[in-house]
Unconditional design. Structure first.
Length: 176
């Protein structure tokens, strides 16, 4: 079946249609029949689509990672600022009553007060540093910098039987 060469616009239109049909579970042969192209052309176009989908998904993952990293960076800055504020001297202000204020006729018109300020040094709230540590851990997790987790393959000091050993044992018993 001789095919006419598709224009770039026709090709993109076909790719869009192939994508829609393929994602609905339609077979390559059925797609080819609907579009009036060969099954081999549909297969070739699907390879193009799959490369595009992969590139888009990688770009979206990278974009999402960048957005999440920016959030973690902002949160870490806020934790550091809160840490610095928590180390500042605490100031308390109290008013001490000194007595009554009287007018020229001896009538009380107010109260004499004295403002007392008290400063006390602070050592910082460690929960803010825990927040900074959380941000560092989360950043390492997003970037994939965490060391692989070691699994405990023992139980009460005894080694657990591995799946491979069970499969081998089953295979050997089947061969007999």
């Amino acid at each position: 079946m001789a095919q006419t060469k598709r224009t770039p616009i026709q090709r993109e239109r076909d790719l869009l249609e192939i994508s829609s049909l393929y994602l609905r579970g339609i077979t390559q042969a059925e797609i080819a029949a609907q579009l009036g192209v060969s099954q081999q052309q549909v297969s070739y176009d699907l390879k193009i689509l799959q490369r595009r989908w992969l590139a888009e998904s990688v770009a979206k993952i990278d974009e999402r990672k960048a957005r999440e990293l920016a959030k973690v960076d902002r949160l870490e800055r806020e934790y550091w600022e809160a840490w610095e504020r928590s180390k500042e001297d605490a100031e308390t202000v109290t008013l001490e009553k000194l007595g009554a204020l009287k007018d020229g006729q001896g009538q009380i018109v107010g109260t004499k007060v004295k403002e007392v300020k008290k400063r006390e040094g602070q050592s910082g709230n460690p929960s803010f540093l825990a927040g900074v540590q959380w941000c560092i851990d989360k950043r390492c997790e997003i970037l994939g910098l965490d060391a692989p987790k070691k699994a405990d393959l023992t139980s009460g000091g005894e080694r657990l039987v591995s799946i491979i050993e069970v499969v081998k044992a089953n295979k050997n018993s089947d061969d007999e």
